[in-house]
Structure formats: C-alpha cells, structure tokens
Design a protein around this ligand. Structure first.
Ligand code: NDP
Length: 322
C-alpha cells in the first residue's frame, strides 16, 4: 500500500511517499481501507518532532473508510462497516489497523469526507465548548484562529450554546468566514491589537474564557483580556510553545484558571467517545453544524497540504484522498 512516512523530523521535504506492507491485525483491531483522511495541525507537530514519535512512522491521526477485515476478538464492527476515527497514528495510508474501541460507525447519510472532517476537529470543539469550559448564554468567549479547522466548528458550537463570540483571524477573507460561522465580532489580529479591541468590545470587562490554539504569539494577550477568575484554555501551539512562566502570573492577572487539554483525555472511555461523535454527527445531519472543506488533495500531495496549513492559507478543513 502507499503511505506517507516520516523517517526524520523536519520540513515538508521529510514527507516521503513509500510502498509499505498492509499492516497485520492484532486480535482487537480492524483493518480499515481509508476513503478520506483528515489533515490536522497535530500532523505538523508530529512531522517536525514537536510531539515526538518513534521513527519512522506513518503520519496522520484521522480518517474514514470501510472495514476490510477484523481480528479474532473484534465484536464492535464487522467487515463492510463504514467507520470514522481519530487518535491512532498512521492514517496517511491506504490501509490502517485500528483498535476496534476507537472506531465509530459512520451514519449512512454522512460521506467519508464528512466523517474524516468531523472526528478530530469536531470532537475537539465539542469537548472545549461543553466540558473544558461549559459555555453558557451569559458568557463571552474569545476564540483565536477562528477560521481554522477547529475554529470554525468551535465558533458554531459556542453560538449553539448561546455565548457571545469574539473571534480573531489573520485576514479579511478569514474574517468573513468566521462571521458566516456565527461570530458576533471579528478582530483581525494581524493588523489590529486584539487586547485593546477585546477590551473595547467588552466595555473593559474582559471575557469569561479564551480558547487559544495559537500559543506563543497570543499567550500574553490572552491572559490580559480575561475577567478576574476567567479561564485560559490553551489547546494548541500553532505559533510555537508558550514559554515557561510562574503560576504567580495567573494570580497577578486576576486569579485566572488555566488548562492545557488534549482530545485523548476527553474521549478516553468508549462511552465519552460515542457521546461526542454521535452529537457531532447528528448536528451535521440536521444542519446545525456546517463543515467547511477548504481542499481535497491526493494522498501523494500531502506535502502541499502541510504547506497550505503551515502558511496559514487554509480556511476550515483539508482532506487527503488515498
Ligand atoms: P487550523 O486550521 O486552525 O490552522 C492553524 C491556524 O492557526 C492557522 O490557520 C492560523 O490562523 C493560526 N496561526 C496563528 N499563528 C500561526 C503561525 N505562526 N503558524 C501557523 N498558523 C498560525 O488547524 P487545526 O484546526 O488543525 O488546529 C488548530 C489548533 O488546535 C492547533 O494548534 C492544534 O494543535 C490544536 N488542536 C488541539 C487539540 C487538543 O485536543 N488539544 C485537538 C485539535 C487541534 P490565522 O491565519 O487566522 O491566524
């Protein structure tokens, strides 16, 4: 089978398309023939080594396809089932052996593309808005990189929960898309100071929660726009890691709360995984949640997908087709 392999950490040049054997199955695994592959920012962290893996490895954390074969102990899925999943490295390939507990049945009315676009970014938006900081109607949330894959979904979920959403993005085109997703106000943080703008928009009160996936570049400002006892949710590092700091800073900025969550800990049990996936699927089915697909590229062009994402050109989701 064809697969995109990383043998050495580095730039997009380290993405090598290789012939690999179809993976053998363990007793609890199902062999999925991939029909759509989700590209996510975490794939860049894996490629560069920011989140180290054992080299060499096949990249990719999200996919949807058909079960081709099952291990001897598998009971949750059967051959021919349409499934979607995240949380298992190795989706930039034609086949993938996946523990059955990570697979979710894809409803007939959803396409493989929708499945591969919804699992990682959709369930992330879900846990951030419903569990990490359960948004309420009286809340104001600041969402950075709001026209990104997670961003556009998080804006929609925050609005579904009735919160006021202030969004940040880097371009006018992204601002228009964030507005379309429901953002109440959009700040173009590449040209506007998001700290003073957020203060102005909140009559100097600040926001209840900041969802920050940008990291290094927005960290300081994010702490400055929170209300006393507000929640700083740092869930990514697209601009680089937040440098080490003293917890005293949280006290000085107003007894702030900070968390650094990861999807794996919010889908650790089968029950929680199914709850989040089924809610996301049902909202896509009934039209409450819209997926924005920016680009579909052949698997062999994974380099181009990474380049687009890293250069901040994408709006919404990028998919690869095996
Ligand atoms: P996005 O589609 O959001 O792409 C990243 C966006 O970050 C860019 O489009 C860009 O938007 C913004 N950005 C700001 N500064 C930079 C920079 N220096 N370089 C590149 N991009 C920058 O990606 P995803 O939706 O896949 O992921 C979003 C973030 O959420 C990532 O940080 C990811 O790691 C994190 N994440 C965390 C999870 C968790 O459970 N903790 C799960 C899923 C994602 P703009 O141009 O508008 O600034």
């Amino acid at each position: 089978m064809r697969a995109i392999v990383v043998e050495k950490y580095g730039g997009v040049g380290e993405l090598k398309c290789q012939e690999r054997p179809v993976p053998p199955l363990k007793a609890n695994e199902a062999l999925v023939r991939l029909h759509a592959i989700g590209v996510n920012y975490i794939d860049i962290y894996h490629r560069t080594g920011l989140y180290p893996q054992t080299l060499p490895f096949i990249l990719g954390m999200e996919g949807a396809g058909i079960v081709e074969d099952v291990g001897e102990n598998v009971t949750l899925v059967k051959k021919g089932d349409r499934v979607a999943y995240t949380g298992r490295l190795g989706t930039y390939a034609e086949y993938h052996a996946v523990p059955e507990a990570q697979l979710v049945q894809l409803p007939q009315s959803l396409s493989f593309e929708q499945g591969a676009a919804a699992m990682l970014q959709g369930m992330t938006a879900h846990y951030l808005a419903t569990t990490t900081y359960p948004l309420k109607q009286t809340d104001t949330a600041l969402i950075h990189a709001a026209a990104g894959g997670v961003g556009l979904l998080l804006v929609q979920l925050a609005k579904m929960r009735g919160a006021r959403v202030i969004a940040t993005v880097s371009t006018e085109e992204k601002a228009a898309q964030a507005k379309k997703a429901g953002a109440d106000e959009v700040i173009i943080y590449s040209t506007q100071d998001f700290v003073s703008e957020t203060r102005r928009l909140t009559a100097n009160e600040g926001v209840d929660v900041v969802y920050d996936s940008v990291g290094r570049d927005t960290f300081e400002g994010s702490l400055s726009v929170l209300k006393p006892r507000g929640m700083f949710v740092s869930f990514g590092n697209a601009s680089g890691l937040i440098p080490p700091f003293s917890p005293l800073l949280l006290s000085q900025r107003g007894s702030l709360f900070m968390t650094r969550p990861a999807l794996a800990h919010y889908t650790a049990s089968r029950e929680e995984l199914l709850w989040r996936a089924h809610e996301i699927f049902s909202w896509i089915q009934n039209g409450a949640l819209k997926l924005f697909i920016y680009a579909r590229l052949p698997l062999t062009q994974a380099k181009d997908a990474h380049q687009l994402l890293e250069e901040r050109k994408t709006i919404g989701k990028v998919l690869l087709e095996p």
